[in-house]
Design a protein around this ligand. Sequence first.
Ligand SMILES: [Mg+2]
Length: 376
Amino acid sequence: MNITGIEIRVLEYPLEKPFVSTWQPMPTVNHRVHIVFIHTDEGITGIGSGGVAAHWDIARLFLLGQDPFAIEQHVQNMRSFAFFIGRPWPLEVALWDIIGKATGQPIYKLLGGGQERLRAYASTGELRSPEQRVEDAQRLRDEGFRALKLRFHRPNPRDDLRVLEAVRKAVGDSMDIMVDANYGWVIAPDRAPQRWDLRTAISMARAMEELGVYWLEEPLYCYDYDGLAELRRQVNLRIAGAELNQGLHEFKILLEKGCFDVYQPDITFAGGFAQCRQIAAMVQAHGKTITPHTWTNGIGLAANLHFAASLGLCPYLEFPYDPPNWTPEARDFMLAEPFRADEEGYVKVPQGPGLGIELDEDKLKRYEAADQSRII
Ligand SMILES: [Mg+2]
């Protein structure tokens, strides 16, 4: 089988209300998605996507005329051309989608089998009042979720703690609560220039210990290896992170320094399926836990769902969900069927070949930014 063409389609889905996340300075008004389609001479097309504005055109030099099954060769090339274009990993996802379709197997089974469904945590994205978050948490529990993740990013971290205290009081021990501070990167003009330093992170983590928080995520900059390791030594709380880290070598440093208990590589950010499986092996060898970041779109969620399912033991799957501003319909608008959690709080792994997802052709046409889509 040979690769005969690569196509990039750019979509923009207008949200009903702006989504004001903690990790970017501007609200999201349109959900913008790049999808790559890799075509072959056997009529099989693979798809991939991730959350990055992508300049994947260079890929034609390395992929056209090549066998999509030659994953190791393609990964070596992508690691090199990532120097020019950022993160090429949705291309690798599309190759695995082809391999799955050619062999008639879902990707997670090609990578090791594992779980047919994963326990999800509802991953919120906005800062809301204690009263609103209590209401949200009760609704999520009624829907079946047994865990949720709150965001911390206020100018005064005591105000973040007040939300956590209110939610814990409301749900008692019936839900696990994760906290994500989103201080892994610095985006100017960040709405919270008063980032946590190590002392603040330690005192916040200690307060969270008292409230039984399941993990604290991204308390410090993603390359502050020594600060993260020191924080982890000082507290009895799981520290999570690495959604912004990439490649085997960054994860090697994180593991050797002892930065995290829970590692969160995203297939579409950190290195595709092949490298993330290797990262997972390193994490496992250090006795730590892995559960991927998934916050991009329905295709990226599908890729990370297959990865998580292939691991055999993944405590929770991130399920980006913060209605009414971030819903399955908006997140997965390009899919015929949005991913949903069932009444027990689990997400099913698609059992069809490859990623096992079907695109909604009508929506692809309706929301296409046609002036930017192209064949490369
Ligand atoms: Mg996060």
